[in-house]
Design a protein around this ligand. Structure first.
Ligand code: AMP
Ligand code: ZN
Length: 467
């Protein structure tokens, strides 16, 4: 069976054929975080979805180059920099580091490239320059550069490839300066924003005067620099389809005259307890809020990949408890298989692999893939209980699981690394022991237990394992 994805460009499920059909090379770009704060569980639904796509393409034999940008200059960031009085890099680096730690907690494979927008300003200027030379961009009275939708369409290009737009309401030359805007504000958008006093120290020189890039041009410049003018896959959350992705297409195709991306995949949003996350409703969770409550990255990852990426997902703490139970069942079965297999090695059980592949080939149908996995767990438990499995069959089942897990990224129980705040507690306990402050070291041990972690003192030193 062929791998298929729902391509937002055609709004239909299409067979996945790389841009160069004679090769197995796939170039993919996923819009990364805007590092103005810690990532929330909704953001991570999208990033784990990108990780699943990458892992599955690799499982299907593709050689993937995965790029995820770090947006380190944008309207919201500038506002926070102004409010805190910190330097731009000083402000964003705390959240950039936290983001990378969080990806690790969730078992995501690091993208091959994590470009920072501020390190690609010359490429952005070049791209804007190309649009100016083609007459698609123009300078407004305040010195900012805008993208002209009218001129772009006049060159035979199409604006509105990802979403339906109402051009009747559009007035030529009407402009929008902010990075985020709604579909109703169909208007020329900013490529380069002229420096204003509120920008503080955040500005760069350009042929059009001092200023800073618009958010959309950042992704066009970084993706094309690292992956070329045309590439295979572009991913992001559904909220980015307009204006961000539509504008990325317009800027890129307007500058190069070549098709920008072959397949666009958009992940649906995550709700918490049935509602849009918001701080005022008290249903807003950063990843760290959840690990602080004792949930492991493995449980959170499992829950995030339990639903199809195009379905709105309702995240609940009960759901996380359910994830813990489901993983417990899986771990118990894997543990028994390991006991039986011992050091025996065998080729992977192809039936499990084939069913799993058929499910994920169908636009990443994870519900069906999990159905296959848990049916296999049930059947394996039955055979184990009836003493009907040989060591070779157990080894074959484990070998198949290893291949599946290269996609699922869950690892085995105990293999998962503790999140940074739990590691920090372990270090604190070691320091307390060294200082012979046993009251403190016991208190830290109890705190770790509350968070769901046990300390195992081994010959190689202390080790953390899930309680
Ligand atoms: P941002 O850091 O705001 O630029 O967002 C990073 C990514 O998270 C983007 O791909 C967004 O589409 C995605 N995102 C934001 N909120 C949610 C949500 N509630 N559910 C799923 N994805 C989200
Ligand atoms: Zn982007």
């Amino acid at each position: 069976m062929a791998l298929k994805f729902l391509n937002t460009l055609s709004r239909s499920v299409e067979e996945f054929v790389p841009l160069d059909p004679t090769s197995n090379v796939v170039k993919m770009y996923c819009c990364g975080p805007t590092v103005y704060d810690f990532g929330h569980i909704g953001n991570f639904r999208t990033f784990v979805f990108a990780d699943l796509v990458r892992r599955y393409l690799q499982f299907r034999g593709y050689e993937v180059t995965h790029v995820m940008n770090i947006t380190d200059v944008e309207d919201k960031i500038i506002r926070r920099v102004r409010e805190t009085g910190l330097g731009l890099r000083e402000y964003v680096s705390q959240f950039e580091n936290a983001f990378l730690d969080d990806l690790k907690t969730l078992g995501c494979v690091l993208p091959h490239h994590l470009p920072r927008a501020t390190e690609f300003i010359p490429e952005m200027i070049q791209l804007i320059d190309a649009l100016m030379k083609r007459g698609i961009a123009y300078q407004a009275a305040d010195g900012s550069i805008y993208f002209s939708i009218e001129k772009y369409q006049g060159c035979g290009c199409r604006y509105g490839q990802l979403v339906k737009l109402n051009f009747d309401e559009m007035r030529a030359g009407e402009r929008v300066a902010s990075d985020e805007y709604s579909k109703d504000a169909l208007a020329d958008f900013a490529l380069w924003k002229a420096r204003v006093p509120d920008d503080g120290d955040v500005f760069w020189a350009s042929p059009w005067g001092e200023g800073r890039p618009g958010w959309h041009i950042e992704c066009s410049a970084m993706s094309m620099k690292l992956l070329g003018p045309s590439f295979d896959l572009h991913l992001g959350g559904e909220d980015l389809a307009f204006p961000h992705h539509e504008d990325e297409i317009a800027q890129s195709e307007g500058a190069t005259g070549k098709p920008f991306v072959k397949y666009w995949l958009h992940g649906a949003h995550l709700l918490v307890e049935g509602k849009k996350m918001s701080k005022s409703l008290g249903n807003f969770f950063k990843l760290r809020d959840l690990t602080g409550k004792g949930y492991g990255g493995r449980e959170i990852r499992y829950l995030l990949i339990s639903a199809h990426y195009r379905e709105t997902f309702n995240f609940t703490l009960d759901g996380l408890d359910g994830a813990r139970v489901a993983l417990g069942r899986l771990d118990e079965c894997l543990g028994k298989l390991q006991e039986l297999a011992g050091a025996t090695k065998a080729a992977p059980d192809s039936r499990l692999l084939n069913d799993f592949t058929a499910a994920l080939d169908d636009d990443l149908n994870v519900a069906s893939a999990w159905g296959t996995v848990f049916e296999w767990v049930r059947e394996t438990n039955r055979l184990l209980a009836a003493n009907q499995l040989s060591a070779t069959q157990a080894a074959s089942a484990l070998a198949a699981w290893e291949q599946l897990d290269a996609v699922l990224g869950l690892g085995r129980k105990g293999e998962v690394e503790a999140p940074p705040e739990v590691q920090a507690l372990l270090e604190e306990r070691q320091a307390a022991r060294k200082a012979k402050d046993f009251k403190r070291s016991d208190a830290v041990r109890d705190e770790l237990k509350l968070k769901g972690w046990l300390i195992e003192d081994t010959a190689k030193g202390p080790r953390l394992k899930r309680a």
